[in-house]
Write a protein that binds this ligand. Sequence first.
Ligand code: SF4
Length: 250
Amino acid sequence: MDQEQLRKRLEFYRDLGVEQIYRRGVQEPVASGPPAAAVTAPAAKAPTPVDIVLPSLAPDNDTLAQIRADIGECRRCRLCEQRKNIVFGVGNESARLVFVGEGPGADEDEQGIPFVGRAGQLLTQMIENTAAKEGIHIKRSDVYICNVVKCRPPENRTPQPDEMEICGQFLYRQLMTIRPKAICALGATAMKALLSSKLGITKMRGEWQKWNEIPLMITYHPSYLLRQYNQQAKREAWEDLKKVLHFAYD
Ligand code: SF4
């Protein structure tokens, strides 16, 4: 890690509220130069490479309750300014499948629960109807549902990269704690938070990707599917969901 990367990483930790960083002791190299008699001029001292070990982004024995407690009454990014409730996540804490959306809307902000508005009702129908048709016995409460950012962006705008980066720390910990069999990213923002691909969602959806060794399926956000003209996208989303449900629950 060079100095610039280190500086950015430390700024990132500071934004997360991490004030102190543990650094393992560094062993001084043992001098092994030529015998003193052979030395003719003092050699310039080369900088000693230092292997800096930064703390893990997901502490050992992490739990969802601990992550929620660490979020507290969070003011780490500007999305705190207009939110009513922090929308952490809902569902089975040992779920085989986690859905990740973009951020809370007005209904979610009001109730503090993700995916409870129109798009949320569609997601519930999609999960439960597709599972029933495919002979998979699950309800919405069997999966876990959360978002990239936990506070509602004003006017439902797309979260900005710095907001996603700061709040993404908590998403990372949620996913590492649950360690589901599969993740389903809903929409382009969730896709960007979990993958570094530059391709658009139409190119990425429907094919398995990986996030930290966990299979990841990308599909459309339900609010996109609510628009009348997106019949083709709806069919595709249902196909994606079938794949992910069978993978997680067969
Ligand atoms: S969006 Fe996330 S980081 Fe920003 S204030 Fe809310 S909980 Fe904190």
